[in-house]
Design a binder for this molecule. Structure first.
Ligand SMILES: *[C@@H]1O[C@H](CO)[C@@H](O)[C@H](O)[C@H]1NC(C)=O
Ligand SMILES: *[C@@H]1O[C@H](CO)[C@@H](O)[C@H](O)[C@H]1NC(C)=O
Ligand SMILES: *[C@@H]1O[C@H](CO)[C@@H](O)[C@H](O)[C@H]1NC(C)=O
Ligand SMILES: *[C@@H]1O[C@H](CO)[C@@H](O)[C@H](O)[C@H]1NC(C)=O
Length: 454
C-alpha cells in the first residue's frame, strides 16, 4: 500500500504522449517549468502599441498615466494643462467621448507593423485607467463600443494582424487605479477579492476566448500579491484548458514580487538592460518616444530614438538572448504619426538585409567585443554573425574572439559580390577583415557572416 501511493501521484506527470499532455498545477513550481512556445524566441522583434482614453489629452511625460498624474500625484504640469485648457467641472471620464478613432484603419496599421519586420504585435486591451478597447460585458459604459470609437478595437486589430501572419499579443493591466471594487479590496489589505472575481478574471477569460491571443503581456500587478490576483489559477487554466494552451506565451508580471522570477519570459522592470547573458528568456520593451508609451502631442524630435539607436539597442538585446518590443503610441484619431511610421519602415529595411542574423538566432559564446567599432554577436547553427555598429574608417576590421579554421569564410550580408578577404591575427584566434567601400545601410549597422569559425 505505502509503495503505491507515491507511484500513483507520479502517473499524471508521466501521461505525456499523443492525445495526452501533462497538466500544470496552480503553483509556480509547476507553471514555471512549462517550456516557452518556440515561436516567441524565434520572432525576436515585436511592436508594442499603447492606445486608450489617455491618447486624447496626449500630454506630458508618460502620458498613459495622465489620470493618475492629475488625480493622485497632482503633478504640476498636468494640473496647469487642465486648468488652462478645460473647464473646472471636466473629469477624466469626459475624455472618453473624444476618443473617436475616426481614422483608425487596422489594415493600414498591420501593413506598417509587417513592414517593420516585427513578428508580433502587443496591443493594450486595457491600461490602468480601466477603459477596455473591446466590448467587455463587465466594463459598462467604459469600453470602446459603448463610448468613444463605438468599435471593437481589439477585434479589428486582431483580424488585421493575423491576416498578415503576425502573432497577436494583448497587454492587460490587472489593476485599475480608481475602480470602486479594486479600492474596496485595497482597503481590506487585499483580503477580499471582489474586483478579481467580478472584473479581472472574467475579462482575462473573455479576452482569451474571444481573441485567442498568442501572448498575454500582464501588467499592473505590483500592489497586490499573486494570491490576490489568483494568477496561478488563471495560468493553470490558460496552459491546460484554454483554446491557446499550446501557443500562448506570458510574461512575468503576475503579482507583487513576481517579476524576474515567475511566469513565462521575463520583462523584469521597464527597459531592463542586463549587463550579461541572462539564463532565462527575456524581452526588453522600449518606446521610440523615450518619455512616454502613450502618444504625446508635446513630443519633440530630439526626444525620439533615431533609427541607428533603435538598431543598436535591438542588436544588444538579441545578442543577449532577448526579444525587442518597440513601442509606438497612436493618436486618439487613429493615426500613427509619420515619424513613428518612418522609424518602423526603417527598421524593416534594415531587417530585410540583416534579418538572417536576428530571427531564430541564438546567443553566441561571447556577446560583444569592441574593435574600432562595437560588435554584437549572434549565432545560428555553426554560423556566427557579427553585427557592427559603424563602418571602420580605414576599411579594416579586427575581430579577436572567433577562432579561425581552414574553412573560414567571411561575407557581408546582402553585399552582392564574393567573400571578403581576411588574414589571421594569430594562428588560431582572430581575424583581420578587409572591408569594401561602405555600402549604404538604413541604420548605420552591418552584419558580417562568419562561417567555419568557432
Ligand atoms: C505544485 O503542485 C504539484 C502537483 O499538484 C505538487 O506535487 C507540488 O508539491 C506543488 N508545489 C508546491 C511548491 O506547492
Ligand atoms: C482564487 O483561488 C482560490 C483557490 O483555488 C479560490 O478559493 C478562490 O475562490 C479564487 N478566487 C477567485 C476570485 O476566483
Ligand atoms: C565596449 O565599449 C562600450 C562603450 O564604449 C562599453 O560600454 C563596453 O563595456 C565595452 N565592451 C567591452 C566588452 O569591452
Ligand atoms: C539550424 O538550426 C535550426 C534551429 O536553430 C534548425 O531548425 C535547422 O535544422 C538547423 N540547420 C542545419 C543545417 O543544421
Amino acid at each position: 500500500m505505502s509503495r503505491l501511493i507515491p507511484l500513483l501521484s507520479v502517473i499524471p506527470l508521466l501521461m505525456i504522449g499523443p492525445g495526452c499532455t501533462a497538466r500544470y498545477a496552480p503553483n509556480w513550481t509547476s507553471l514555471d517549468a512549462r517550456p516557452l512556445p518556440q515561436w516567441f524566441d524565434e520572432a525576436k522583434v515585436g511592436i508594442f502599441v499603447h492606445w486608450g482614453v489617455f491618447s486624447v489629452p496626449g500630454f506630458g511625460k508618460f502620458s498613459e498615466w495622465f489620470w493618475y498624474w492629475w488625480q493622485s500625484e497632482k503633478r504640476a504640469d498636468v494640473f496647469e494643462f487642465m486648468q488652462r485648457n478645460y473647464p473646472k467641472y471636466f473629469k477624466y471620464t469626459d475624455f472618453a467621448p473624444e476618443f473617436r478613432a475616426e481614422f483608425f484603419d487596422p489594415d493600414a496599421w498591420a501593413e506598417i507593423f509587417k513592414a517593420s519586420g516585427a513578428r508580433y504585435v502587443v496591443f493594450t486591451s486595457k491600461h490602468h485607467e480601466g477603459f477596455t478597447n473591446w466590448p467587455s460585458a463587465v466594463s459598462w459604459n467604459w469600453n470602446s463600443v459603448d463610448v468613444g470609437p463605438h468599435r471593437d478595437l481589439v477585434g479589428e486589430l486582431a483580424a488585421a494582424v493575423r491576416k498578415r501572419s503576425l502573432h497577436l499579443g494583448l497587454y492587460h493591466s490587472l489593476y485599475e487605479w480608481y475602480h470602486p471594487l479594486y479600492l474596496l479590496d485595497q482597503a481590506s489589505g487585499f483580503k477580499t477579492q471582489h474586483f478579481v472575481a467580478s472584473k479581472t478574471l472574467p475579462e482575462l477569460v473573455n479576452l482569451v476566448m474571444a481573441y485567442k491571443p498568442d501572448l498575454i503581456w500582464s501588467d499592473g500587478d505590483w500592489d497586490a500579491p499573486d494570491t490576490y490576483w489568483n494568477s496561478t489559477q488563471f495560468l493553470a487554466w490558460l496552459y491546460n484548458d484554454s483554446p491557446v494552451k499550446d501557443v500562448v506565451v506570458t510574461n512575468d508580471r503576475w503579482g507583487k514580487g513576481c517579476y524576474c522570477k515567475h511566469g513565462g519570459y521575463y520583462n523584469c522592470a521597464d527597459r531592463y538592460t542586463p549587463g550579461k547573458l541572462p539564463d532565462h528568456k527575456w524581452e526588453k520593451c522600449q518606446s521610440i518616444d523615450t518619455r512616454s508609451w502613450g502618444y504625446r502631442r508635446d513630443m519633440r524630435l530630439s526626444e525620439l530614438m533615431d533609427l541607428p539607436s533603435i538598431i543598436k539597442d535591438m542588436a544588444y538585446v538579441v545578442a543577449m538572448g532577448g526579444n525587442y518590443l518597440l513601442n509606438i503610441g497612436p493618436k486618439a484619431d487613429g493615426m500613427i504619426a509619420p515619424v513613428f511610421e518612418e522609424r518602423l519602415r526603417g527598421l524593416g529595411a534594415w531587417l530585410g538585409i540583416n534579418g538572417e542574423a536576428i530571427y531564430a538566432s541564438k546567443p553566441w559564446r561571447i556577446q560583444t567585443e569592441n574593435s574600432t567599432v562595437q560588435v554584437w554577436y549572434t549565432a545560428k547553427n555553426s554560423t556566427v554573425y557579427a553585427i557592427i555598429l559603424g563602418w571602420p574608417s580605414k576599411q579594416v576590421l579586427q575581430l579577436t574572439t572567433p577562432k579561425i579554421s581552414g574553412a573560414t569564410k567571411v561575407t557581408l550580408l546582402d553585399y552582392p559580390s564574393k567573400p571578403l578577404s581576411w588574414a589571421p591575427v594569430t594562428q588560431t584566434a582572430g581575424l583581420v577583415i578587409l572591408l569594401p567601400t561602405m555600402p549604404a545601410s538604413p541604420g548605420n549597422a552591418w552584419t558580417l557572416k562568419l562561417e567555419g569559425v568557432a
